[in-house]
Design a protein around this ligand. Structure first.
Ligand SMILES: C[S@@+](CC[C@H](N)C(=O)[O-])C[C@H]1O[C@@H](n2cnc3c(N)ncnc32)[C@H](O)[C@@H]1O
Length: 365
């Protein structure tokens, strides 16, 4: 045990603890009859330590290494993907810190609004590369947004990302703080300014309409950003999410049964009424079609298997925000319920529905 502890760089106490809780048991015996670690035990210990170093809790690690469907190669693949994801995240944070240090060294003042605004951009500089895989314009949601835009000729699209929902027949200016997202805008897309909603670099009333789609929840100060939109445009159209209704977490089976942590992601998000009040807007429901083409968090409410796909989850920030532990647990538990038929049993009422109201709202002011 002492030898293995030294090799693995952990204390003998840790190994004793893993033994006691049944996580890694020394299953071999030495010639003198002492318990010893077999090659298989050491392999398992390596997996346990790697998951622990990635921040998984002991219970979670036990489930991960105990999964009979996962062999060593599958573990190594999963670990590799997790480590790369962490590295990308850390690289993006380092890049953002370097940018801010460079700005400060030049004496450029970074306002609190900009600092907060850049938080959302930092996230998208990290995860944005996975966005275009599944996030694109859904024609039915686009039609509802178009209707709200009315006859506006000049359009400001705030938090524009890769340009979904930007009307092709208007004069569009995009605002997007994440360099990664700006770089993924298709050739020929509207011109895009690097700025954040909280301090829009435009004069009062510069646009007929300002629109924002699936972005307000990323802003450091949503109400300040909405007021800015109101300042620079005569009309404001915002696709956002309603958390006012008590028990809103239960509207969607994914948050109700598998990912209750979603509530904490939106814990500081302003109530819909406050957002509507900030810009004098009315709110209308935006039903999510059963075959929604935009892979938003709620998009696959009638296609639950999609949530088991890594590329589907990586294009939605919620999964990064709840952290790998909650994500893996939710996915495993959903996978099990799909396999056993429990999901279908619980959600049989959804089978024939064409669209569902899952809390998406269009604010129109
Ligand atoms: C989920 S994406 C939505 C992109 C696009 N509107 C769409 O519907 O596909 C959210 C976007 O908001 C941007 N964002 C984050 N913080 C922001 C801020 N403070 N002001 C403006 N945009 C922000 C992110 O960089 C990201 O591109």
């Amino acid at each position: 045990m002492g030898h293995v502890a030294e090799l693995a760089g952990v204390s003998v106490r840790t190994l004793h603890h893993y033994d006691q809780v049944g996580l890694v048991r020394p299953s071999a015996r030495t010639a003198a009859g002492y318990r010893a670690y077999s090659a298989g035990d050491v392999e398992r210990l390596r997996e346990v330590l790697a998951y622990r170093r990635l921040g998984f809790g002991l219970r979670e690690v036990a489930e991960l290494v105990g999964d009979p469907a996962t062999d060593t190669v599958a573990h190594l693949r999963r670990l590799r993907a997790l480590v790369l994801e962490r590295r990308d995240r850390a690289d993006a944070v380092v890049a953002a810190i370097d940018r801010e240090l460079a700005a400060r060294a030049k004496g450029v003042k970074v306002t609190p609004e900009e600092q907060l605004g850049m938080l959302g951009a930092r996230l998208y500089d990290t995860i944005g590369g996975a966005y275009p895989a599944t996030r694109r314009t859904d024609p039915r949601i686009a039609a509802q947004i178009r209707e709200a835009l009315g006859d506006a000729r000049t359009v400001l699209n705030v938090g524009a990302g890769t340009g979904s929902y930007e009307p092709a027949d208007r004069e569009v200016t995009a605002v997007e703080p994440s360099a990664v997202m700006r770089a993924q805008r298709p050739a020929g897309a509207a011109p895009c300014v690097a700025a954040a909603a909280e301090s829009l670099p435009f004069r009062d009333g510069a646009f007929d309409v300002a629109m924002a789609v699936s972005t307000v929840h990323h802003w450091g100060d949503p109400l300040a950003g909405l007021r800015e939109m109101r300042r620079v445009a005569r009309r404001v159209v915002v696709l956002t999410f309603d958390t006012d209704e008590p028990g809103w977490q239960d509207r969607f089976w994914l948050t109700r049964d598998y990912l209750p942590e979603f509530a904490s992601v939106l814990a500081d998000f302003p109530p819909l009424a406050a957002m509507a009040g900030a810009i004098g807007a009315r709110a209308e429901p935006v039903p999510v079609p059963w075959d929604c083409a935009d892979g938003l968090f709620e998009a696959y409410w009638r296609r639950p298997e999609a949530y088991l796909e890594e590329r589907v989850r990586r294009a939605v920030s919620v999964w990064t925000k709840v952290g790998p532990e909650a994500e893996q647990r939710a996915v495993r538990s959903l996978g099990a319920d799909l396999g056993s038929g429990r999901w279908a049993e619980r959600n049989s009422a959804l089978a024939g529905l064409g669209a569902a109201d899952l809390g998406l709202r269009l604010l129109v002011a």
